[in-house]
Structure formats: C-alpha cells, structure tokens
Write a protein that binds this ligand. Structure first.
Ligand code: DX5
Ligand code: ZN
Length: 216
C-alpha cells in the first residue's frame, strides 16, 4: 500500500537507540514518529530535548514530532531547531489553536493537530484548510502498547470528507494500537500515515514487520 509507515520511537530500546534509529533508516519506513510527553497533559513522561537532539543526529527520514504537552507554544522554535519536520500539537492543549498552527508554519515546519479519542472531528472545521496533518488518536495518549479503539474508523471517514469538502491538503495519521490486523482497513478508510510502536519494535524482526505493513 502507499500508506506511509511511521515507527514510534517510544517503543525502541533506549539503551540501543542508535541501533534502532539505523534500523528505521535502512527499513521501508517513511517517517520517525517522536512522542514528547510532559506528565501533565498525559499521565506519563517520555523524553525531551536532549534525546530528540540525539535522534535527529542519526535519523535520515522525516521527523514527525507529536507533542503531548500543555501550552506547546512555548517550545515551537526549540523543536524547529531540534530538527522537527512536522510538529503536531493536541487540540485539547491549545487555547488559541489557529495562532499555534500559524506559529508552527512560520517556524518552517509542517503543522499537525492531534485529537483525543473523545474529541469530535468537527472541531477542526475552521482550521482544516491550514493543516498539513491531522493525527487521530486511536488510543488515549500517554502510553504505547494499548488496544486500538474501533470508533477510529468512523472518525477517519468523517475527516476524509471534511478534508475533501474543504480542499485541504492535510494528511490523515492514525496513532495507537496499529497492527497488521487493522492497517489495511485504516488505509481503505482513508488513512495516509500509520504510526506503529509496539507492533514494530516488540516484534522479532522489526525490519520485516515494517516491510510487511508496507505490503498490506
Ligand atoms: C501514545 C503515543 C503513540 C504510541 C503508539 O500516546 O502517541 O505514538 O507510541 O504506540 P503503539 O503503537 O504501541 O500503540
Ligand atoms: Zn504519538
């Protein structure tokens, strides 16, 4: 399939980070998905700027940064300097979302917005034309390895309609619980990018798992 695959580094072996980054570089994966958590917006802390800096040094593919932090405006220029190509903020974390989107683009990055499982697609009606990416969370953000929420399919269809109706160029990304069991159906529903953490990194042969996701 032409769907892009974005392995989530959250599930990598942090003691062998360079090895896992090289694996992604040499695989059929399209993007690096980088989860930044602050322990406030979500009940977990992942890693921060020094680790992203180390990842950027070795990564040869698009760096897709998913911010699960409150008040992300504080760090937009920092993430641009650290090598983020796409910066995604949460709808639920932004009081002035339109301003935040413009600031991300002014800093030279592509702008994404992520929606929690309980947040309806319709809240994006007035910004969809400005967006490069919409990340539909198919689990509650904060942890890898959770089960996929089936209501996601309905949201992908709704978002696809909104994008077409608005002449938007936004890509549809799905994040959480992606496996070979749902990848095909998600692509058929309209997903452009599939994030996969545990399914890739906890498998016996991550390179082959990525290749398999690409052929579905
Ligand atoms: C969850 C993160 C996801 C996570 C996906 O809060 O945003 O990117 O790493 O992990 P899996 O694929 O294991 O559900
Ligand atoms: Zn993510």
């Amino acid at each position: 399939m032409t769907t892009l695959i974005a392995p989530s580094i959250l599930a990598a072996d942090f003691a062998n980070l360079q090895r896992d980054i090289e694996m992604v570089n040499n695989s059929q994966a399209d993007w690096f998905h980088i989860d930044i958590m602050d322990g406030v917006f979500v009940p977990n802390i992942s890693f921060g700027m020094p680790v992203l800096k180390a990842i950027s040094k070795h990564a040869t593919k698009t760096i897709d940064v998913h911010l699960m932090i409150v008040d992300p405006d504080r760090y937009i220029s920092t993430f641009a300097d650290l090598g983020a190509d796409i910066l995604t903020v949460h709808y639920e974390a932004c009081t002035h979302l339109h301003r935040t989107i413009q600031a991300i683009k002014a800093a030279g990055m592509k702008a994404g917005v992520a929606l929690n499982p309980h947040t309806p697609i319709a809240v994006l009606e007035d910004v969809i034309a400005d967006l490069d990416l919409v990340c539909i969370m198919s689990v509650n953000p904060g942890f890898g390895g959770q089960s996929f929420i089936e209501n996601t399919y309905k949201k992908v269809t709704q978002l696809k309609h909104l994008i077409e109706f608005s002449n938007s160029n936004a890509q549809i990304e799905i994040d959480g619980g992606v496996t070979d069991q749902n990848a095909n159906a998600l692509a058929e529903a309209g997903a452009d990018v599939l994030v996969a953490g545990s399914f890739v990194f906890k498998s016996e042969d991550p390179t082959a798992t990525i290749a398999n996701l690409k052929t579905l």
